[in-house]
Design a protein around this ligand. Structure first.
Ligand SMILES: Nc1ncnc2c1ncn2[C@@H]1O[C@H](COP(=O)(O)OP(=O)(O)OP(=O)(O)O)[C@@H](O)[C@H]1O
Length: 280
């Protein structure tokens, strides 16, 4: 396993193996302090620097409360860092934008809209003609495996199906970066596995840049080019690990692959170690 030690004063290189490198996201000495009524000056992130290359699939792993979601929200433009900066293609991120599509665990679908209506919403907002938006949306619904469910409403769908709609709805904006915050965390193991496979298939078609927060070591290793290991609160980057496994990846093949097993075991050992082992 190739482990790239990451000190907070350095910028770990998260270059993918499959595209010529150009920085899509640069996180530059970001710290985040939260103020609440009960906890003043809570340092959630401490001096985080990370470069994510165009087309890379990068997962963030770390103990509960180490600031994974906060980091994702900063890249999403939903949280403005206390110090340092986040840039996308060299431009400082000053707020949310359609170039960065969030897919979060809470599905956030419009309950009053059908599957088709939910997916069409983005393109229609962007001024795409209704007929074109519908055609694109139907194609995306098929791509996420929901053909035949176009007229269903969210309450008529399972958790896994809702998550597929959420993914299709985000893809309909044509974001350059997908920000995924434990998108499969609430799903049963079987559905989760299927969605991981489908996400990889979709990703392998157009190789969007993905920043993916998860608690699952197996999920991170299976999906990613790089795994960013954060230490416990206040969150720092402890290591950036290259996942040097061939693509396309097939889960059943990987499970038997000693290299995959070694990545999983080595990363789990890091969780056993005190620096990343416990939440706050
Ligand atoms: N808006 C906020 N106001 C105050 N404190 C916050 C806010 N958002 C997050 N925090 C605090 O910042 C720390 C990091 O939270 P964050 O949700 O980023 O962690 P996480 O690693 O994603 O956790 P988990 O794995 O449990 O989802 C926590 O201590 C949390 O309580």
């Amino acid at each position: 396993m190739k482990v790239v030690p990451s000190r907070s004063s350095k910028t770990p290189d998260a270059a993918p193996t499959h595209k010529s490198s150009s920085a899509m996201i640069e996180i530059d000495h970001v710290s985040q302090i939260f103020q609440t009524s009960t906890r003043k000056d809570h340092l959630a992130l401490s001096d985080i620097s990370l470069t994510i290359e165009d087309g890379a699939f990068v997962s963030i792993l770390g103990p509960s409360g180490c600031g994974k979601s906060t980091l994702l929200y900063i890249v999403g433009g939903f949280v403005s860092p206390t110090s340092g900066s986040a840039r996308m293609k060299g431009k400082t991120i000053a707020g949310p934008g359609p170039d960065r599509g969030p897919v979060f665990q809470e599905f956030a679908l419009f309950p009053w809209k059908s599957v088709l209506g939910n997916v069409m919403y983005g393109p229609r907002q962007q001024g795409v003609r209704a007929a074109d938006a519908e055609a694109q949306s139907r194609a995306l619904i098929e791509m996420v495996g929901l053909k035949g469910y176009e007229n269903f409403y969210p309450k008529e769908l399972s958790g896994g199906m809702k998550q597929r709609v959420a993914l299709a709805r985000t893809l309909a904006y044509h974001p350059e970066v997908l920000l995924m915050d434990e998108p499969f965390g609430a799903l049963d193991a079987h559905t989760r596995t299927r969605l991981q496979n489908d996400l990889l298939n979709i990703w392998e078609r157009d190789r969007k840049t993905v920043l993916f927060v998860t608690h699952s070591v197996e999920e991170a290793v299976f999906l990613s080019d790089k795994v960013v290991m954060m230490s416990r609160s206040p969150g720092r980057i402890r290591q950036v690990i290259d996942i040097d496994l061939p693509r396309p990846r097939r889960r059943t093949e990987l499970l038997l692959d000693p290299r995959y097993q070694k990545y999983v075991v080595d990363i789990e050992r890091m969780f056993d170690d005190g620096d990343v082992g416990l939440g706050t």
